[in-house]
Write a protein that binds this ligand. Sequence first.
Ligand SMILES: NC(=O)c1ccc[n+]([C@@H]2O[C@H](COP(=O)([O-])OP(=O)(O)OC[C@H]3O[C@@H](n4cnc5c(N)ncnc54)[C@H](O)[C@@H]3O)[C@@H](O)[C@H]2O)c1
Length: 268
Amino acid sequence: MNFGVIGCGKMGSALIAGAVRSGALTPTEVWGYDAIAAATEDFCRQTQCHAAASLQELAQKCDTFLLATKPYQVRDVLSQLGQSLGTKPALLISVAAGIPLAVLEDCLPATVRVIRTMPNTPALVGKGASAYALGARSTSSDAEVASTLFSSVGLAIATPESLLDAVTGLSGSGPAYGFVIIEALADAGVRQGLPRNDAIQLAAQTLLGAAAMVLETGMHPAQLKDMVASPGGTTIAGIAALEQNSLRHALHEAVSAATQRSRELSHS
Ligand SMILES: NC(=O)c1ccc[n+]([C@@H]2O[C@H](COP(=O)([O-])OP(=O)(O)OC[C@H]3O[C@@H](n4cnc5c(N)ncnc54)[C@H](O)[C@@H]3O)[C@@H](O)[C@H]2O)c1
């Protein structure tokens, strides 16, 4: 497999850096191309991969592509890529938010298989949560390529495309919910007398620890919550305050609003 990266910005670089670090890809099999030459150079310095001087060169050298430009640039880029590929079979994995599989497939020759993904920003630090949906022409070995790539920067799950808006509402937008919760917990700690920096560190590490316990034990979060809420204790008093103030309802509304917005944007 020769792997071509189209758009060496934050997400393109983070994914390939993760894949190279984990051994999922070797730098000698990866070529990067960005419309800004300095971005291609930075990418190659960071990952030790090759540079392609043009999209045409990338199309000649590679058979598997990661599309990581901004969504509004996708149609132009794919029409150029399609012309360069001609009838050569290829796989294209898109991270462009809100661009449906049908649009990606329509912009490319019928010999190109397509996968659409929704990663999130923690992929930049190797803790991403991504979902991928297979296009009509993609195969199970294409799914393995996507799974390996996105697993190298965190968790990766397969999903039907119809659920990608819900994925956007939950894990795509979710890091921002986490930041708001960490900031609010830290403020609450400062109110109780903790120094600001200590409060931020304690809040962030506590959420990281809770998340690790869910993922590493495989236990239901309610079970883990029950284990730390002793009768008449401090934790159940805190949980009662959360319930009284509708934290659960607020999170339902957040995911629902973001999912709805993602649907609107994909159809605009
Ligand atoms: N950053 C995230 O956390 C995140 C999360 C989910 C999805 N995404 C998706 O990832 C994609 C990239 O986002 P990003 O944050 O990395 O953006 P970015 O701006 O950092 O990177 C995009 C890169 O594409 C390059 N580019 C533009 N036109 C090009 C062309 N014709 N050929 C080659 N390169 C070209 C730009 O120069 C830039 O370096 C977006 O479609 C976004 O929806 C990003």
